[in-house]
Structures are given as C-alpha cells and as structure tokens.
Ligand binder design. Sequence first.
Ligand SMILES: Cc1cc2nc3c(=O)[nH]c(=O)nc-3n(C[C@H](O)[C@H](O)[C@H](O)COP(=O)(O)OP(=O)(O)OC[C@H]3O[C@@H](n4cnc5c(N)ncnc54)[C@H](O)[C@@H]3O)c2cc1C
Length: 436
Amino acid sequence: MRVLIVGAGTGGLCLAQRLHGAGIDVAVFERDRTRTDGLFGYRVGISPDGSRALRSCLPRPLFETFKATAAITPKYTNFVTKQLGELFSAGGPADEDLLAPVDPEAGERSVSRMTLRQILLSGLDVHFDKKFQRYTQNPDGTVTAHFADGTEATGDLLVGADGTSSNVRKQYLPHAKLVETDLFGVTGKLPLNDETRALLTPQMLRGVTMVFAPKGINAIFHVMEFEWQRGQTDPELVKAWPGMTFDNTRDYIMWGFGSHRRLLPPEFMSMPGPALHHLVLQRTKSWHPNLRTLFELADPTSCFPLNIRMSEPVEPWPSSTVTLLGDAIHTMTPGLGVGANTALRDAQILGDNLVRMPVLDAVADYERQMHGYAWDAVVKSRARFNGNSLAYKPVIGRAGLALMRTGMRVVNHVRPLKRRMLRAELKNRDHARQEA
Ligand SMILES: Cc1cc2nc3c(=O)[nH]c(=O)nc-3n(C[C@H](O)[C@H](O)[C@H](O)COP(=O)(O)OP(=O)(O)OC[C@H]3O[C@@H](n4cnc5c(N)ncnc54)[C@H](O)[C@@H]3O)c2cc1C
C-alpha cells in the first residue's frame, strides 16, 4: 500500500509518522519550500486527546522529545476584565483533584508550533515545494495527485491534510463550505524576562488568561516557559539579541487580540506587523497599565493578522480512495482550542485503521467516527466564538457583557458550579474522561 498525504501540518505529519512506523509506504507533499516556512512561532495547546494521539503515532524517542520540549503546563484558567479584575479563575490547589490527568503521560501540554513541526518532520519522506492542484481516480483503483510544477504521484489512498483552504476538499466535496465568523485577530510575542514577569499576576504566569472588554473586544495571554532551556543562555545576550522573539526555545509571552470586523479597518488582513501593533495599542488605551505594557513590549514585526473562519458541518459521503483530515474538513474557531488536537485524533484513528484494515474499510470507519467528534467540536467552538453573539452587538452588547460578567462572577464564587464548569471543560479536551 502507498499512501499520499497532501500537507505537512500537524495532522498530515502525525498520520505519516504512524504509517512510517508501521512500515507502510507513505509520501508527504507540502507546498512550503522549507521545513521552517510559514510558521510564525505561535503556541499551540495540546490536550490529553492530542498527547494520546502523538504517543500512539510517534516513535518513542520523538514522543519523549515532544514531552521534553513543551513549556511548563498552564494550571490556571483566568477570565478577567480589561482592568485585570477577576471574573473567574480555576486551577488552584482546591481544583487539583479535578485537574489530575486521567493518564499522566498524556496530559495537557503547551508547545511551540515550530518545535512540534520539527519533531513531526523527523525521519519522514517529505517533498517540499509541491503545491497540490488536483487528483484523478484511476480505473485500476489507484489515485494520482498532480502538482503545480507538473509532476505527479500515484498511490492507493490520497489524504487531504492541506488545511483550511484545502484544494483536495474543493475538488472532492465542492459543496463543503467555509463560513466567516466576522471575527479577526492579531497575535504578538515578547520575551519573558524579569521586566515582563513582573507585569503578570501569579495566576497569569501559570495560566491561560482571557480578557473580556466592551464591544466584544477580547485578548488572550499565554506564558511559554521552558524548563529544558533554563540557565543555558546568558540573559544579557538574549536581551540584546533581536532574533530572540522568533526563537521558540527561549521563554516568551504570546498574546492575541480579537475584535469584530465592524471595529477594524477594511484593509486589516493586509496590514503589516507594525501597523497591526499600533492598532492594538490604539484599541486598548483604557486597559490596565500592565496589559498595555505587555502589548507595547511585543516586537511589532512579530504581529500578524488572523481571519477566524469555520467549516459548515457536512453530511456523511460515500467513502473512497480520497479522504480528508484536520482543518481540511473541519476548520473550527479557537473557541475550544482543539483544532490541532482534533487533527491529531483523526490521524491516530485513520493511521491505526490503515495498519489493520483494507484501505476502503479503514477510510469508511475513520470517516464514520470523525463525523461524530469533529462536528461536535466545530459546533461547540462556534458557540464560544461567533461574531453574531450578543457581546458583539452595537447597543445591547454592553448589557450582554454585563450579563456574562455577572454569570462568571457567580460561577467563580459558587464552588459546585465552578467545579461543574471545570469538569465540562476538561471533558472537551479529553474524551477518555467522557467515556469514564
Ligand atoms: C491563533 C490560533 C491558535 C490556535 N490554537 C490552537 C490550540 O491551542 N490548540 C489546538 O488544538 N488548535 C489550535 N488552533 C487550530 C490549529 O492551528 C489547527 O486546527 C491545526 O493547525 C490544523 O492542523 P492541520 O494539519 O489540519 O492543518 P495545518 O496545520 O494548517 O497544515 C496544513 C498544511 O498543508 C499545506 N498546504 C496547504 N495547501 C497545500 C497545497 N495545495 N499543496 C500542498 N500543501 C498544502 C500547508 O502549507 C500546511 O503545511 C489554533 C489556530 C489559530 C489560528
């Protein structure tokens, strides 16, 4: 059996690792020119589902490298106002029993995308600079992928793991639609050092912090602190080195700023980093001085724009020698933070099936399972992050925000409610808890 995978992203590479490890002939085709193209270095949260998939697909030494290169796992989930007033915070000693992972090795991890990609690429046959254009399904049951440079490759199965704008999906399921959420974002990075650490509350330092401001404007802060690098570099040298912001092995803080399209300039998606940085500073003038300084200290050239889109759930289709995984079929908003984890789960299921079953049975069983958990995640992510929700409405949005804040404060103070919410959150990221 020969498997062709289009896209060397999180899902495609994880599947390739699983098949390669089982001795199956697998080739990956990636449009990027090099292994570091197109990676802005932002962080990704790998859930217990994602960690479990990586453990089952990667050779042991690579899984150990994944564990060793992760940042310190965030403990707290914090929701705050723009003045850093606490709305909700979970993850302290009183919640430790709930937070204890079901499977300690497959726990929550916070990793740099660049590092994860380098781990996933290790040992694989990846063809860079191969932009997939179309495929043909041949009379002998094979499938041929055609690339922009005029070359082609033939195999028994074509897996479209080519992300949100997937060309494989456009040909295979032309009726599958991407929808706009009308939400846009900017991300930025700054070094974590004594100066910036002093701007964080203890819960921010060891957690993921979301800021809810009027008009639906929001922000998120992640701290990436790497134990494996501690004490290995002269801090003065790092401070004086501009490239530090782009080096994923040094400690950093990453922030994201989000807003409705209505409040942003029409040219937002083509604005360069410094202009985006300036825009964030303008829109957060009335925020707490510490948050302002965290925005200010980001390197303007590390800022880039995001357009949040999502897939419309699709009815099951007859399975064939072409299939799709990850964002190529189920792009979701960052509402639950499980897009990459769902891509990893796809890779684990499809990979395990291909090792054990004939191709068509493997694909049919994978797609049957995927239609359940993936659309569930798409719908839940939309409920969390959607430009139509009350918080973004011009006039009643203020009342919506007040209502939401009151709800969060109540939950924060009523312990049984808080634990119930935390439990539900944990189940979204760990399906072993749902089954337990
Ligand atoms: C700001 C932000 C934060 C996020 N945080 C999280 C998080 O914390 N946790 C989480 O689980 N998810 C998160 N996500 C979602 C996550 O990034 C995606 O769901 C995940 O990357 C999808 O993986 P994938 O393999 O399907 O696609 P991708 O990782 O997008 O990979 C697709 C690959 O296909 C290649 N490609 C595209 N077209 C072609 C072509 N024509 N020919 C050849 N190659 C092609 C691309 O270059 C790319 O390498 C976040 C997303 C955003 C935007």
